[in-house]
Ligand binder design. Structure first.
Ligand code: PGA
Length: 229
């Protein structure tokens, strides 16, 4: 399990993992997060893909989640367009969002299932938008966002009241079904929730704790962290 104390190095290592996955299986299905955490990973991914001329034309990209009732400029799909799809000139036909379709899980299955899913972790232990209280056996569903989540994402909106109250998200099972998972946790503010998730009880109160059940999980942090499995 790689551990490091430097966010950029951790993001680079994680980006290399993604590139390896694409090289190994050019038709890979990837689950992608938004927010602050994955930005450096996307930057490195773009640089390596260009440098090594990696063929990404067969890769399918699945956003983890999306706001409901959001202005287009603040939509997660717009974020992913800006930070990864457009820079890599990815065909829009290969870019999916859970807001696009009723049965996202069936779509993912038809495409062969997720090979690699990248996650951040919320300060309250959420993964994607699976807030505390989400059952383990949940698939893609609509959620009401926690006030703490809305506050954490306020900086992406002009006014606090503009932060949407609802979203659609891959469920815990959608995520656990992914053949491999990379979890990124950067900044000291994530230490205590990461410890609770991985060294405490496996419970819906800390949705990230369900990740302990996954056989192929890698955690990248910018602080010392040992997972006592
Ligand atoms: P952040 O959010 O990357 O903006 O810290 C992580 C998350 O909510 O999953």
């Amino acid at each position: 399990m790689p551990t490091t104390t430097d966010k950029d190095t951790a993001s680079l290592q994680a980006a290399r993992e993604v590139i390896e996955q694409i090289k190994k299986k050019p038709q890979s299905c990837l689950g992608l997060p938004t927010g602050r955490t994955p930005q450096a990973l996307y930057r490195h991914l773009i640089a390596i893909a260009r440098e090594e001329n990696v063929d990404i034309t067969g890769v399918r990209f699945f956003g983890l989640d999306e706001y409901i009732d959001v202005r287009q400029e603040s939509a997660f799909k717009t974020y992913l367009d800006k930070v990864i799809y457009q820079p890599l000139a990815i065909d829009q036909e290969n870019c999916f969002s859970p807001i696009m379709i009723d049965d996202y899980d069936a779509l993912i299955k038809r495409q062969g299932g997720l090979d690699l899913t990248i996650l951040g972790i919320g300060g309250n232990g959420h993964i994607a938008f699976n807030e505390p209280g989400t059952p383990e056996y949940s698939w893609t569903h609509c959620v009401t966002l926690d006030e703490s989540t809305r506050r954490a994402n306020q900086e992406f909106f002009a006014r606090p009241e503009d932060v949407p109250r609802r979203a659609v998200t891959m469920g815990i099972q959608t995520i656990l079904d992914s053949r491999k998972i990379i979890l990124l946790a950067f900044s000291k503010s994530k230490i205590s929730i990461l410890k609770r998730a991985f060294n405490g009880c496996v419970e819906g109160a800390v949705p990230a704790s369900f990740l302990t059940k996954h056989p192929n999980l890698e955690i990248y942090t910018d602080f010392e962290f040992t997972w006592l499995k």
